[in-house]
Design a protein around this ligand. Structure first.
Ligand code: HEM
Length: 311
């Protein structure tokens, strides 16, 4: 594609408060809303004091919308940047849910863990849909801005890595990618060294009476997860009663659904990359499609997949 285009200005960056912290705001109440609606006779408020409004301040919207900076003359770069940033936000949203689902599991609170996992699946499903938009970028369109990425690559996304780690795909190497970033590294290292949600589910199976090998219950959590027969046997026992009355079965199925959706995400990324790049190397130093193929083949919660042949 080659035509003249315009990036419409929506925010004057000079007016934006660039600090990352929450902006001061009043806290409303039902009483105050009743008074307000009486004052406005039911019409929305259209006048505000100062140089901002509460909607902008609540989520720092002007700051958020000032962070899209295409660097090339390529038309598709704006789409690539916005989809990339929106995906990072949704990775964070999924991570928040999984982090708290893990706490619910530690507390033996399965009903709430299942609610949070249900939301997680829906968030990941939403991220899968982003590939519909990103796959509209043609090879030519991508080539117009690719050099501006230098060696930047999604493989350096710490938010995506948080998601992979909490789901159990640990890698010291992928954690070390961030070791020079002092405001990011401690959290990702902590995640690497903590039990994943699956590790906590395995501990829950043990608390519920399944015979799990001790090396699955306490180990160096930063090491790559190795499937274990005792975990397979525990799941086989759980899957003997496959119904909504069996909360462990419901948890197992919820985890498989989450893993499935992540595989869908990785597969769509893989196919989009092959469509855009062919077999050219990635910007991040990898062979590209060949490297990503291994990612697609990985399965989270492996015993929940392997037992299928025995059910
Ligand atoms: C649409 C054009 C895209 C292309 C052509 C592309 C290409 C690639 C390639 C070749 C890799 C392998 C690593 C390397 O760079 O050498 C990779 C990895 C990765 N990309 Fe993309 N990518 C695209 C979009 C995105 C977007 C929008 C995101 C999300 C913000 C993303 C997230 C990732 C992640 C997280 C990895 C690492 C995968 C893993 O470690 O499991 N990619 N990408």
């Amino acid at each position: 594609m080659s035509f003249e285009f315009v990036v419409p200005v929506v925010v004057d960056p000079d007016g934006v408060d660039g600090s990352a912290g929450p902006r001061p705001m009043n806290i409303g109440s039902e009483k105050q809303r009743q008074q307000e609606v009486a004052r406005t006779a039911g019409m929305p408020i259209t006048e505000f004091k100062g140089t901002s409004n509460p909607y902008i301040d609540y989520e720092s919207i002007d700051l958020l919308l000032s962070l899209q900076h295409p660097r090339s003359e390529g038309y598709d770069e704006m789409c690539f940047i916005i989809m990339g940033q929106a995906k990072e936000l949704l990775f964070k949203s999924a991570y928040f849910e999984l982090f708290n689902a893990r706490l619910r599991i530690i507390d033996d609170d399965l009903p709430n863990a299942l609610v949070l996992l249900d939301r997680t699946k829906k968030i990941i499903k939403l991220i899968v849909g982003f590939w519909d938009v990103l796959s509209t970028i043609s090879t030519d369109g991508f080539n117009q801005f690719r050099d501006y990425l230098d060696v930047a690559s999604g493989q350096q996304s710490f938010m995506y890595r948080h998601l992979e780690f909490i789901m159990g795909n640990k890698s010291e190497k992928m954690c070390a990618v961030h070791k020079n970033v002092p405001h990011v590294y401690p959290a990702i290292k902590d995640n690497l060294e903590s039990p994943s949600i699956y590790d906590e589910v395995i501990r829950l199976l043990a608390r519920r009476g399944c015979e799990i090998a001790p090396e699955c219950l306490n180990r160096d959590w930063s090491e790559t997860y190795k499937p274990h027969r005792s975990v397979e046997e525990a799941w086989l026992e759980v899957y003997n009663d496959p119904g909504p009355g069996n909360d462990l079965y419901m948890l197992g199925e919820s985890l498989v659904e989450t893993a499935s959706t992540m595989t869908e995400y990785r597969s769509r990324h893989f196919v989009t990359v092959e469509r855009i790049l062919g077999f050219k190397p990635g910007t991040g130093g990898s062979s590209g499609v060949a490297w990503l193929r291994n990612v697609v083949d990985h399965r989270f919660f492996p015993e929940l997949w392997s037992i299928r042949s025995e059910l």
